[in-house]
Design a protein around this ligand. Structure first.
Ligand SMILES: Cc1ncc(COP(=O)(O)O)c(C=O)c1O
Length: 480
């Protein structure tokens, strides 16, 4: 005993020795009242300093595992754990329909996974090689030295005030009139969307969106028990006639649109269409949630106003922003901009769910943004992504026989095959040849999109794009 302890250098030695003795007590290998070796003895057995053993024993005493009696030694305390091994639950049978549905809709679990050695076009996550770590480290150190203690304590549900002010200015620069509006910081778009639906919809309500649309949004809408009214898209955004028809024929209470670099199609809604869409929703008095996640990844064309800007002083648009594609998805920071009374209600929902988003993360992000790093980063990222986008488009045109290639920017393109070709069959064969992508049907409502797929290219090298697209093209030709 004790001589078999294997110490590593990734943790302080006193903690490893404390944990070793704790485990022996918990397993019953050291029993109540048993005397532990003296600190002098044990330090010789293990080959560490005596102070290390003294510290380990003190921590064991603090946690009630041993008792140190001056002049007599260290003794194991009474740690009897009456294990009730027989009490097991069948958790699956107790799961709610919500939990079952969340599991069923979890594409990370159910779709084919990337394996080492594969070329992957599955994700539309940004390329982390572009992240400027030095600027981020500087932002961390600067902000932490200013308000370190505060940032580690509880903060405010609405968010870190300097970040809220920064985001307000950021939205004003997009042309949004912010009078009478406010911002709530969220854990990305995903939490923002979930909270807005919690506040404004009830199971059975009808929500209208583009068909296809962001898979996570579909999942959340289904988990809220909503009836999803999907409206087909044209090359410049949602089909206006079908939108008009859908709004006339269904009791729609909310709309959800991704006007810029739509996921999965990459379509950008034209400026004229934006105005018409807004007017159509206004005529039917249906408010809109706008997802502005990708707006900054514009590589060509003129400035595009978000719907939230076009609605002027009106308060019918709830804009959800996210820095997950433009900057760092791992920070999980997004925001909701909307009518200030509504934001106040959402703030209470946020507080009831998770109190607030990490203040440390918000504060570092604020410092990073306020120092002008976003503009600097975007200049670089846009150039590199644009090159990849141009090359991906060129390779898709050269190698992939298809009906349509969609996508005007962002981090992905979308392929529509001839209608009798099944993208999942293409995917199965591609996986055999070490290439993986996202089948399009997961983005569609009412079981459409079997002949479509999405190709994310942000993290691929030009050679991977060329090789991978060629394999996909060859597989399609083989199936035709
Ligand atoms: C349409 C759309 N909106 C928003 C996001 C970002 O979500 P989040 O901010 O939760 O990471 C994504 C990410 O893929 C997306 O595709």
């Amino acid at each position: 005993m004790f001589s078999d302890i294997s110490l590593t250098d990734d943790k302080p030695l006193y903690i490893q020795i404390r944990d070793y003795i704790k485990q022996m007590i918990l397993k019953g290998l050291l029993s109540q009242g048993q005397k532990l070796p003296s600190t002098r003895e044990l330090c010789n057995t293990i080959g560490v300093s005596r102070n290390t053993i003294i510290l380990a024993y003190e921590y064991l005493e603090d946690e009630g595992f041993v008792q140190i009696i001056k002049g007599r030694g260290t003794f194991v305390s009474d740690i009897t754990i009456d294990y009730q091994d027989e009490w097991n639950m069948d958790w699956t049978s107790r799961l709610t329909p919500y939990a079952h549905l969340a599991n069923q809709l979890d594409i990370v679990k159910h779709e084919s996974r990337w394996q080492k050695g594969m070329i992957s076009f599955k994700s539309i996550a940004p390329d982390d090689k572009l992240f400027d770590l030095d600027d981020f480290k500087r932002a961390f150190l600067d902000r932490f030295s200013l308000e370190g203690e505060k940032l580690l304590n509880y903060g405010y549900a609405q968010g870190y005030k300097p970040l809220i002010d920064y985001l307000m200015g950021y939205m004003e620069n997009k042309g949004v009139k912010t009078q009478g509006k406010d911002i709530l910081v969220t854990n990305g778009f995903t939490e923002g969307f979930d909270m807005v639906l919690s506040a404004l919809t009830e199971p059975g309500d009808h929500i209208l969106c583009e068909n296809p649309t962001h898979n996570t949004a579909v999942k959340i809408m289904k988990l809220h028990g909503l009836e999803i009214v999907g409206v087909d898209m044209e090359d410049d955004g949602i089909d206006l006639d079908k939108l008009q028809e859908a709004l006339s024929n269904n009791p729609v209470s909310m709309g959800f649109l991704i006007p810029s670099y739509h996921n999965p199609t990459g379509i950008v809604m034209s400026p004229e269409k934006r105005v018409e869409v807004l007017n159509t929703f206004a005529r039917h008095r249906v408010p809109l949630i706008e997802d502005g996640f990708n707006e900054e990844l514009r590589y060509s064309g003129s400035h595009l106003s978000p719907l939230a800007a076009l609605c002027g002083r009106g308060n019918s648009i709830i804009y959800i922003g996210s820095l997950s594609k433009v900057l760092f998805p791992g920070l999980r920071i997004g925001w909701i901009l909307g009518d200030s009374h509504l934001i106040s209600q959402l703030e209470s929902i946020k507080r009831s769910r998770n109190i607030h988003s990490s203040f440390l993360d918000q504060a570092i992000l604020y410092e990073y943004l306020a120092a002008g790093n976003l503009e600097k980063y975007l200049k670089k990222a846009r150039r590199i992504y644009r090159e990849k986008y141009d090359y991906a488009l060129e390779c898709a045109q050269r190698y992939i026989p298809c009906k349509k290639i969609l996508g005007e920017g962002g981090l992905h393109i979308f392929i529509e095959l001839d209608h009798n070709l099944n993208a999942r069959k293409v995917l199965d064969e591609c996986i055999r040849q070490n290439v993986i992508f996202m089948p399009g049907d997961i983005f569609y409502i009412h079981g459409k999109g079997a002949n479509t797929f999405r190709l994310g290219f942000a993290r691929c090298t030009p050679e991977e794009i060329r090789q991978g697209f060629k394999i996909i093209g060859d597989v399609i030709r083989g199936l035709e």
